[in-house]
Design a protein around this ligand. Structure first.
Ligand SMILES: Cc1cc2nc3c(=O)[nH]c(=O)nc-3n(C[C@H](O)[C@H](O)[C@H](O)COP(=O)(O)OP(=O)(O)OC[C@H]3O[C@@H](n4cnc5c(N)ncnc54)[C@H](O)[C@@H]3O)c2cc1C
Length: 326
């Protein structure tokens, strides 16, 4: 029987490994433990040598770097046509990508080209009777579905934050890094440029701490209070519940939850957030959750590690002045 190839696809962003990559490798390792096979990563870009070595070092997997000037900017057609030559192997294969703009654009393209099944937004894996099931949320998190696939090859996108275990195996063998420079052909469409969005307190991928605003902040002026709290920490961002975005107090790019972003920072401080399940779906994997809410029965306290039952307009200024004093 052919062994299963489990391939993590990484889109290069600068010279650092995107935070979701170790999570994807954790997913791949979990699969490998139960099904056998082997894990590898493929990174695409213009100048991938340093990145590919860094990826191999930090995740402990073999890496193939695919290099071309035509891969410098993400283009779904070019990436698909380049990748399928490396993925068209015999036997079972799982190809995984992050459930982010790059991943959910590329996954269905690859699945069609490879005649593979496609599962999106997987949150967990279940193994029973030799079958692999991918768990995903449905109906805004009200139900969990377990999806099994019929084809030998599967393309799967992974929810950020769902696999948070460190990916590197202690004492694992030295990884191989292979750099290839295939012919890459232009496609019918061309990516002319990528413009970074305004990152004001929005860089959730790098944030160790997220301070999130709920309707309980009362008015948009109190966002200043939350920004002051976030500024205590060097890598921090401002999140929001949907209620706050619907009110126009913060843009939808700050929204955390089932229809917003999924985050898993080291510290999540929920300020005036009730804890609706649509919000919890986007932040419950945070390592430590602190909730400030004046209602002792608020649902957020069920997931919080530390709960502060207090008016946030009273509590946060005291916390800030105490911090300054010390
Ligand atoms: C299809 C669908 C998708 C959705 N997707 C999302 C999503 O992605 N993200 C999301 O967040 N929501 C989402 N929602 C909305 C969600 O159901 C809730 O309505 C929303 O999360 C509530 O936001 P909130 O907690 O800020 O407001 P509220 O539920 O109004 O809670 C405000 C909280 O603030 C507390 N409070 C009030 N005053 C103070 C004070 N002075 N000091 C301290 N605490 C105070 C109150 O006790 C209360 O618990 C979705 C809903 C639907 C139907």
């Amino acid at each position: 029987m052919k062994e299963m190839r489990i391939t993590v696809i990484v889109g290069q962003t600068g010279t650092t490994v995107p935070p979701v990559t170790p999570e994807a490798v954790s997913f791949a390792r979990e699969l490998e433990t139960h099904t056998g096979g082997f894990v590898q990563a493929i990174v695409l870009g213009n100048d991938v040598v340093g990145f590919a070595h860094h990826l191999a070092e930090t995740t402990g997997v073999d890496v193939t770097g695919i290099e071309s000037t035509r891969l410098a900017l993400y283009n779904g057609e070019v990436y698909r046509d380049t990748l399928i030559k490396f993925l068209e192997t015999d036997g079972p294969a799982v190809i995984c990508l992050p459930h982010m703009a790059f991943g959910f654009d590329l996954a269905p393209r690859l699945a069609v080209a490879l005649h593979a099944s496609c599962v999106t937004a997987a949150e967990a894996i279940r193994f029973s009777n030799g079958r692999v099931g991918f768990v995903r949320s449905m109906f805004n998190g009200k139900l969990k579905a377990e999806v099994t696939t019929l084809r030998e090859k599967v393309v799967v996108t992974l929810m950020p934050g769902a696999w948070s275990r460190p990916a590197r195996r202690p004492g694992s063998r030295k990884q191989s890094v292979r750099i290839v420079k295939p012919d890459v052909f232009p496609s019918a469409s061309q990516t002319v440029g990528i413009r970074e969005s305004d990152k004001d307190m929005l860089n959730f991928d790098d944030a160790d701490v997220i301070v999130a605003a709920g309707r309980g902040i009362g008015n948009p002026l109190n966002i200043r209070l939350l920004k002051d709290l976030a500024a205590i920490f060097s890598k921090s961002g401002i999140g929001a519940s949907r209620a706050v975005c619907d009110l126009g107090w913060l843009s939808y790019r700050h929204q955390i939850g089932i229809t917003g972003q999924t985050v898993s920072p080291r510290l999540y401080i929920a300020c005036g957030i009730s804890g609706a399940m649509q919000h919890l779906a986007g932040m419950k994997e945070s390592r430590t959750i602190v909730a400030i809410n004046n209602d002792p029965h608020a649902a957020i306290f069920q997931v919080a590690d530390y709960g502060i039952v207090e008016n946030l307009e009273t509590f946060i200024p005291i916390l800030l002045s105490e911090f300054k004093r010390q």
